[in-house]
Design a protein around this ligand. Structure first.
Ligand code: NDP
Length: 286
């Protein structure tokens, strides 16, 4: 076969986008597989999203990740949307097939995979989510699909996002959802099995911040998870560790959602260990 200099194009559209580290993970995964894929980190302003989405077919791209602020807006430019992404109302991964754009959301699936990797049982369990933004929506819908029995959503009152998420879960899934106003230091109910911080509290550079909960009410039997990828060993997780709870950080979710997206684009299962090593090195947490 003659040598080909062409590369398959994938990447991420966002605004801002400069600090998104996914290219590091993608590069490691594609090099490990020995496939000619290139991951582009592209600044796309909100007003240019339609044109950018049209460019996917024009440039014969395999697909794209969407991040802030495009995950919801992108829905109107897609030909097909996966059922769970429709319920979430957000898409973070688009793949191109036969000239059509297909939308998926891999954030929640990545989270579920990171729990499964640690043999955490989810069926019939009670989960409490701190926060009700995009990450919470994706995680909550996939937890409900996985058979979680009850989901408590704690969020501040002003944005209305906690109430909206609970309504969405009760109307579209078999899980029972309940809203808790978060305007004080929250006590974690005794019967919570899995506690998840889905807020951005603790995200770099605010690494000394932690969610306002009464940490004395976290129990050693609980599984405590954080979605913060940078730095992954958050104050929230450190407090839970002190109590003796099992903890799961946000690196696994980031790697797993990437691996699921890469499979949509390339058809290959990527080596998650290689991906995690590359990201840990990038964050200096080896
Ligand atoms: P959003 O802005 O959509 O949601 C943020 C949520 O946090 C909102 O519910 C907001 O409450 C709440 N919140 C923020 N600050 C506070 C505070 N001081 N006290 C109480 N609640 C607060 O963000 P995303 O859901 O998109 O992202 C959240 C985090 O998830 C980010 O850190 C992001 O990096 C991480 N993430 C990680 C992924 C991974 O793969 N590991 C994937 C996707 C996201 P309110 O509604 O009142 O504003």
């Amino acid at each position: 076969m003659e040598k080909s200099y062409r590369e398959e194009l994938v990447g991420v559209f966002g605004c801002p986008i400069d600090e998104n580290p996914t290219v590091v993970v993608a590069k490691a995964a594609f090099e490990d597989l020995g496939i000619p894929y290139r991951y582009l980190t592209v600044l796309v302003k909100p007003e240019d999203l339609e044109t950018a989405m049209k460019s996917l077919t024009a440039l014969n791209m395999k697909g794209i990740h969407l991040t802030i602020p495009h995950k919801v807006e992108v829905l109107k430019y897609l030909d097909e949307i996966a059922e769970d992404a429709k319920i979430m109302g957000a898409v973070n991964t688009v793949y191109v097939k036969d000239g059509k754009l297909y939308g998926e959301n891999t954030d929640g699936k990545g989270f579920i995979t990171s729990l499964k990797e640690e043999q955490i049982e989810m069926q019939g369990k009670k989960v409490m989510l701190l926060g009700a933004g995009g990450a919470a929506r994706a995680i909550a819908v996939e937890l409900a699909n996985t058979g979680v029995q009850k989901i408590l959503v704690a969020n501040r009152k002003g944005s209305g996002r906690g109430e909206a998420l609970v309504q969405l879960l009760n109307e579209n899934t078999s899980a029972e959802a309940e809203y808790m106003v978060w305007d004080h230091t929250l006590e974690i109910p005794e019967d919570v099995d899995i506690l998840v911080n889905t807020t951005n509290i603790g995200l770099y550079p605010d690494v000394d911040q932690k969610p306002a909960i009464d940490y004395a009410t976290v129990r050693p039997e609980m599984v405590v998870c954080d979605v913060i990828p940078n730095h992954p060993h958050t104050m929230f997780l450190k407090e839970a560790e002190k109590i003796g709870a099992k903890t799961i950080d946000g690196l696994g979710m980031l790697i797993n959602q990437g691996a699921i997206s890469f499979k949509f684009w390339t058809g290959y299962d990527c080596n998650r260990k290689v991906m995690k090593k590359a990201l840990a090195k990038e964050y200096g947490v080896e």
